[in-house]
Design a protein around this ligand. Sequence first.
Ligand code: PEP
Ligand code: MG
Length: 849
Amino acid sequence: MANTAPQTASPGTAMAIAPELVRLDARPSDKAAAIQQLGQLLAAAGCTDPAYAASMAAREQAANTFLGHGVAIPHGMAADRHLVRRNGLAILQVRDGIEWNPGQRAHLIVGIAAASDEHIAILRRLTRLMQDEASLARLLTVTDPAAIIAALGAETPDVAAVAATDLAERFDWVLDYPTGLHARPATRWVEAARATGARIQVRHGAQAADASALIALLQLGLRPGDAITVSAEGRDAAAALARFRATITGLSAQEKADAAMAARRATTATKGFEPTGPVITLAGIGASPGLAIGRLHLLLSHQVAIPDQPLPLAEGGARLEHAIRATRAQLKALEDDTGRRLGAADAAIFKAQAGLLDDPDLITTTCQLMVEGHGLAWSWHQAVDRIAGSLSALGNPVLAGRAADLRDVGRRVLGQIDPSLAGGSLSDLPEGKVILVAEDLSPSDTAGLDPDRVVGLATATGGPTSHTAILARTLGVPALVAGGAGLMDLKPGTEAIIDGIAGRLHLDPTEADLSAARSFIARQAERRAREAAQRAEPAATRDGTRIEVAANINLPDQAAFALAQGAEGVGLMRTEFLFLESGVTPDEDSQFATYRAMIEALQGKPLIVRALDIGGDKQVPHLRLPVEANPFLGVRGARLLLRRPDLMEPQLRALYRAAAAGGALSIMFPMVTSVAEVVALRAACDRIRAAVGAPEVPVGIMVEVPAAAVQADALAKHVDFFSIGTNDLTQYVLAMDRQNPELAPEADSLHPAVLRMIAMTVQAAERAGKWTGVCGGLAGEPFGAALLAGMGVRELSMTPRDIPAVKAALRGASMDQLQAVAAKALECATADEVRALEADLAPAEQAAA
Ligand code: PEP
Ligand code: MG
């Protein structure tokens, strides 16, 4: 495969700044001119293609590159990395400053050309420099480029830290979580490390962290592709390390699935609201979709002065322990309450926060400061501030989110030490609908918000993966994050429209824009309410054709939620998760118990269980399968099942035993490529069914490779049904890795080539008198579902949350209309043309918008 990325030099040398790339006393007329100048400097020095300037300008539309304190860091779009020939920095010193965004003036503008994550190092230096305002101010008047080069080029002490040594037992691993080591997986690492009883260390380059210390782990700032060495010592170190390895590598599949889903959602998100009148717009990052109108309420972080009142060390230690214990109980209560109101996933945020309280660094630093003679509250506050500060300074949005969590927990403990120190509150909200503007919000503030009063959130810092953003999404409150320090200078009471999709805050909108926004909001709300109200009803087109809508769930305890969302059964139970999550191979009896529990939880509704689909993105470390160069093209799914009877047979026995005990169970095989495979799989089913004495159950296959779609005629003779896996079918038809975030916008299941494969499959099944379902991601998109139904798909299975909107889309048209749109889609040349057909199906009120 051709590698278009230029070579990256080693850290430290990669970002060396040449004097000709520093322009002193530059006087660009505005932001666009500044970006143009930086583009010219970088291109002239051979760092980038001249087109890189346009890419930097495009990035400004998508994100805010103003760092604060007069520093901005324009850089190109990720998709344009091929325009970078070698890493480089160009710097404009603009003494009078230029307006970067409304209310934000940039004086030092650092254009970054980086083919990899090299800019992290420079961000680290910049954020450090920004903490030293005097040095930063000096750089604005210096007349020698060397001063700027020295300030930005100097290595920081922690980068040059002394190399840590590994412990006795070790293994190397390259982190493959697409969003790096963020708090959720890190919490699992900590739990796993503690459960082993051995000492486990994670090293990245010269930095090492104890795997049982959450903050230390997060401070490594691990990004995808980072090579780490994990080592252990102590009792049974080798076995402990093997268990730890199984946990951390076992999390990869879920992390990848989450990231791919997020990328797909981002590219398929409907366009946000566009004001037409003169309006000042502040840009941040959209963190929770939706549109809302309200008056700004600024939550100023009260800089509560923390008194430094020394006290006897023993008393300080005891009070600290008591405060931490009380905070832990408070977080447990919050976890339970949030679990009841918003669900287990959101409640887990507070579990992760409680994990921060166990961090040895936090306790040690507090104690060291008390030993030095400082008071308890002061020492605790300092320790939190130092560690949170070091997390934020890494310039990594994931870690910025953890810093907010740490400060939140820190404030709770402080409130336990002395209630008067608990800090700012939300108790003084003005009357009416409010858009809350804050430097950052704590997860507990966010979880406690009343969404009827607080209709939007805008924070100056934070990232879209912060817990606040996750909670805002669950509460359905539109939010933007990383809006920049200028947010905090806005006038309280200003009327504004917040757009959580585009990440925009439109200030003082005109009456016409307000009225347009109101109708937009009303239409969205009506649509959602209508969909929710009718979620339990069947999905039938206007002329009465029923489409079965089912859920993709993996565990029996997810069934109740799926049914409540309107699921008419389970169209895909991915059994590999039973293997991935437990860290062991579940035996026949425990699988039987799980399948029975699922059948019972579904109260008579049909269940399709997919036999193990291991391989590709779903690696199961404890099976120790051979490493493959191309796992997606390797021994996965049916290919593995046929080679490993020790895996397939207990599963089929458990399934047939479950079927014999009653219920509507079907068996489905993944990743089938040939007739020979189906014949062999069916023979195994028949043999095991006879041995167990079970009734016949429908046996189907997934159609997810082009060979199966093209040969659907031949395959249909041997199966009872097809279920199309559009996630894999898309990746194999388009030859685009389903996990590659860079390709996510193009790896589009609406590509006409994919649609034609689907149509071939459905038609072949119909000719053979068999039915076809779809259980890949396309089934969960309302327009995708409508197209599939128009092509003749009779069952759609999806994430439970998607069910109400999909059912509504199916009810919105007649089968004739769906078939006409599907026929047009098959004739389209591009995915964009297909997407444009959505307008043909838009309900009248949406088309009028
Ligand atoms: C698919 O490929 O579309 C599918 C449903 O299977 P999985 O996502 O589990 O590979
Ligand atoms: Mg698949």
